[in-house]
Ligand binder design. Structure first.
Ligand SMILES: Cc1cc2nc3c(=O)[nH]c(=O)nc-3n(C[C@H](O)[C@H](O)[C@H](O)COP(=O)(O)O)c2cc1C
Length: 180
């Protein structure tokens, strides 16, 4: 039987490998925050950094985006990773620990990628159509968000028994199996 510590190790290994392998399913994940009206708000983001020791995660975003306003109100968020080949789901409860504006990261990007962080208009504002955006390559809004995990839930669907386990920072990440 798979032991709890090897399950957590597997989760960390896969998150680390998503940083290197562009095709890894965990490269893209769902970030859910609490919207300003109190409801859930989910969107897809790219995993930019992961520290398996500290269980910290980084993403890049536009400093003017809605998620920033939401995280400034309530730093709690949830990450959902899913790999359809392994039927593996990781649900990670996190909280925001750091917001780091990074002009340097912005200036080092190729122009094609800079576009994601330098749209002249405020993200979320109505435009006439997809061509209606303007870019200001001199001014980037790239910021790095760092999150720390407080709980990780691992679920793998497999025969004869599914594997579901929950790990929490308060239990020193020891983990328990739970009914799938
Ligand atoms: C494949 C894919 C990858 C994305 N990666 C990011 C990302 O790394 N960072 C980001 O801020 N938005 C990313 N987005 C856009 C977000 O899903 C979202 O639409 C945008 O950030 C605005 O979200 P907000 O208004 O809730 O802040 C991505 C979208 C897709 C479809």
């Amino acid at each position: 039987m798979m032991m709890l510590d090897s399950i957590l190790r597997d989760a960390k290994k896969q998150l680390s490998s998503a940083l290197i392998h562009k095709k890894h399913s965990f490269r893209y994940f769902t970030l859910t925050t609490l919207s300003l009206d109190g409801g859930p708000h989910s969107r897809t983001v790219v995993l930019r950094d992961f520290d398996p020791e500290k269980l910290t995660f980084s993403i890049y975003t536009d400093s003017r985006s809605e998620k920033i306003k939401e995280l400034n109100e309530d730093s709690r968020a949830e990450f959902l990773f899913y790999d359809s080949k392994q039927l593996l789901q990781l649900a990670v409860k996190v909280h925001l620990i750091d917001i780091i504006p990074s002009e340097e990261k912005f200036y080092n990007l190729p122009d094609s990628s800079k576009k994601d962080y330098c749209v002249f208009q405020q993200p979320g504002t109505p435009i006439k159509g997809p061509e209606g955006v303007y870019y200001d390559f001199d001014k980037g809004y790239l910021i790095e968000l760092n999150f720390e995990a407080v709980q990780l839930e691992y679920l793998k669907l497999k025969r004869p028994n599914h594997i579901r386990a929950k790990f929490h920072i308060n239990q020193n990440w020891e983990g328990v199996f739970i009914t799938p």
